[in-house]
Structure formats: C-alpha cells, structure tokens
Design a protein around this ligand. Structure first.
Ligand code: HEC
Length: 99
C-alpha cells in the first residue's frame, strides 16, 4: 500500500511539475511576443536586427539574465519593466524552442 501511494505521489508530482513548466513556457511566449519580438523576431525567427536567442545555451542563463536586466547596445534594459518571474518565463520559452 505504502509503495502504491509513493508511486502515485511521484506521478502526481511530476505531472504538476510538467504542467508548471508548460505554464511558464506559454506565459513566456506571450511576454516575448509583447516585449521582445519587435527586435528579436516573431516566434523567435531572427530579423537580423538583434541576435537569434535560440542560439543561447543552458550555460548562457546568467548572460541572458544580466543582458535583459541591464540592456546592451541598442537593447533597452528591462529591470523594473518586467518581473524576475516574467524574465524566467521568457527564458523557459526560449529554452523550449532552442536548437
Ligand atoms: C529595441 C530592440 C530590442 C528589444 C525590444 C529587445 N532586444 Fe534583446 N537585443 C537587442 C539587440 C540590438 C541586441 C544586441 C546588443 C549588442 O550586443 O549590442 C540584443 C541582445 C540581447 C541578448 C544577448 C544575446 C547574446 O547572444 O548575447 C539577450 C539575451 C536579449 N537581447 C534578450 C531580450 C529579451 C528577453 C527581450 C524582451 C524582454 C529583448 N531582448 C528585447 C535588441 C532588442
């Protein structure tokens, strides 16, 4: 009995995590289209005006976060414009579409 409960809990937990992840990706997609797509391209299709964010790798997370917060060159700073959760959602969306 204990074993069945353990397995059930593990299953429910992983379903919950997968759903939370999907939620973040969907939220991130909407935020991306609203704030970033004008320069970085709709649906992450690069326009040539700004770097292709699909080229970022898992290791680039810190670079992503600082660039988004502080801006760089033609890119505006987003600190104070979006929340940390929103930034994390955009990252989840980019990662879900990464090469
Ligand atoms: C006004 C146009 C513009 C908008 C809006 C914009 N960016 Fe950028 N972004 C740029 C440009 C241009 C660069 C390249 C900056 C440079 O290196 O000079 C850049 C660079 C970046 C980089 C660094 C990429 C790399 O390979 O080093 C990240 C990450 C990034 N942008 C994320 C975002 C996110 C997330 C958003 C939306 C919240 C966003 N940008 C909105 C123009 C924009």
């Amino acid at each position: 009995m204990v074993r069945i409960w353990g397995a059930l809990c593990a299953l429910l937990l992983s379903m919950g995590l997968a759903q939370a992840q999907e939620g973040a990706v969907a939220a991130g997609e909407a935020l991306y289209e609203e704030h970033c797509a004008t320069c970085h391209g709709e649906r992450l299709r690069p326009t040539g005006a700004a770097p292709d964010l699909k080229n970022l790798t898992v290791e680039d997370r810190v670079k992503f976060e600082t660039t988004v917060w502080n801006g760089r060159g033609q890119m505006p700073a987003w600190q104070g414009m979006i929340t940390e959760d929103e930034r994390a959602a955009i990252w989840a969306y980019i990662r879900s579409r990464a090469k």
